[in-house]
Design a protein around this ligand. Structure first.
Ligand code: HEM
Length: 100
């Protein structure tokens, strides 16, 4: 693992349940994407309203290839069809320096 991309989705009120439902029914297209190593959907547990989708990649280029692929659109079909659950999102990118 050498690259981490977090999509931080602000989910106000009780919309978190809908976000989790959509992830439970996700397309799974990303699982076949070259260089993809896994993800976690992280629910805030400290009273804030920001969910993290934390994705792991072998390299930055693999993430960028997924972003511009058909699989990205297919992986967001519910969001595209019904509109986003969140009120906003922010993408954070990191190089992995050390692993515990
Ligand atoms: C533009 C803002 C975005 C929003 C509001 C959003 C929200 C969502 C939602 C609700 C799903 C559930 C599936 C569906 O909607 O059909 C999903 C899937 C997913 N999202 Fe996002 N997303 C966004 C962009 C991103 C970005 C930039 C990343 C990169 C970290 C990301 C990572 C993922 C992954 C890995 C999945 C599962 C895809 C699959 O199963 O193929 N999302 N996202």
């Amino acid at each position: 693992m050498s690259y981490v991309v977090i999509n931080a989705i602000t989910v106000p009120g009780d919309a978190g349940a809908e976000l989790e439902k959509r992830f439970a029914a996700r397309a799974g297209e990303v699982d076949q994407q070259p260089g993809f190593e896994g993800f976690e959907l992280l629910r805030p547990a400290d009273g804030r309203d920001v969910y993290y989708v934390m994705t792991h990649w072998d390299a930055k280029e693999s993430f960028e290839a997924w972003m511009s692929s058909r699989a990205f659109g297919q992986g967001h079909a519910q969001s595209n069809a019904s509109g986003p659950v969140g009120s906003g999102s922010e993408v954070l990118q990191f190089e992995v320096v050390d692993l515990g």
